[in-house]
Design a protein around this ligand. Structure first.
Ligand SMILES: [Zn+2]
Length: 256
């Protein structure tokens, strides 16, 4: 069963995947001639190198060309920014859902390290020891530097309360997302029944054609030494936040 699901996932990604723009550097292969088709194919499929600052959210989306402003009509709370390759698929998904009476306006998209740090410290109970305080916040909020929202590929839509998804409207919207979001490249990463990581999040969807690269490079480039500058960072390693939370996602999405 898992195999079949994996194949379906891969087929859908092949249809959606585009290598363009998933990095900040200029195309290194601009001198490749069209006569050399092998080289062209290699350049098309080259996995772009992602700088650590993008993996950790230490950028300014207002000035960074890898990011775009989401038009206001799609933002429910404030001005949102997304990875430039994720915006069009998101808009197409939004418009398709709208035809079914479902509003996929953004509750949250890109979040910087600083914003995540602010959210983190709001919930951090300094009366507890660092391990307990961090564990408690980690039920729903990522440690600064470990959130997929840093990548601009992940969005929160509908409602960020699980009980909404027990209502008729919530069930209809979630069913629509499960059936249709993958057509646009979006997948639920925090699914039910995982053994590690955050609780289930029916509102959080990840644009895997780009986020898949971010995941791979996070694994290669980010260590616990990179997670500093916030309350409880001293217990990040003990709590294995990279292993258990960054990679505590649906197993079908781990090897993409
Ligand atoms: Zn989220």
């Amino acid at each position: 069963m898992n195999k079949i699901k994996n194949i379906i996932f891969l087929i859908s990604l092949i249809g959606l995947f585009s290598c363009n723009g998933a990095n900040s550097s200029d195309n290194k292969n601009t001198n490749t001639t069209l006569k050399d088709t092998t080289k062209v194919e290699e350049s098309i499929c080259e996995i772009p190198d992602i700088d650590k600052k993008y993996l950790l959210g230490q950028i300014n989306p207002e000035t960074d060309t890898l990011f775009v402003t989401v038009p206001a009509k799609y933002c429910l709370m404030r001005t949102e920014y997304m990875h430039r390759d994720a915006l069009d698929p998101y808009i197409q998904m939004y418009e398709a859902a709208k035809l079914e009476g479902i509003n996929l306006g953004l509750i949250s998209a890109f979040r910087s390290f600083d914003t995540q740090n602010w959210l983190w410290s709001q919930k951090y109970n300094t009366n507890l020891n660092d391990t307990d305080a961090a564990k408690s916040v980690l039920r729903y909020i990522a440690m600064p530097g470990t959130s997929r929202h840093h990548w601009g590929t992940d969005i929160d839509v509908l409602q960020t309360k699980l009980n909404y998804f027990e209502t008729t409207a919530g069930q209809k919207a979630y069913k629509w997302m499960c059936e249709n979001a993958p057509k646009y490249g979006f997948y639920q990463v925090y699914t039910k029944g995982r053994s590690t990581g955050y609780n289930e999040e029916k509102w959080h969807w990840s644009y895997m054609p780009v986020a898949g690269n971010y995941q791979k490079q996070y694994l290669d480039k980010i260590s616990y030494d990179d997670l500093t500058g916030f309350k409880g960072s001293n217990v990040a390693k003990d709590l294995k936040v990279i292993d258990n939370y960054v990679f505590g996602i649906d197993s079908l999405l781990l090897d993409q």
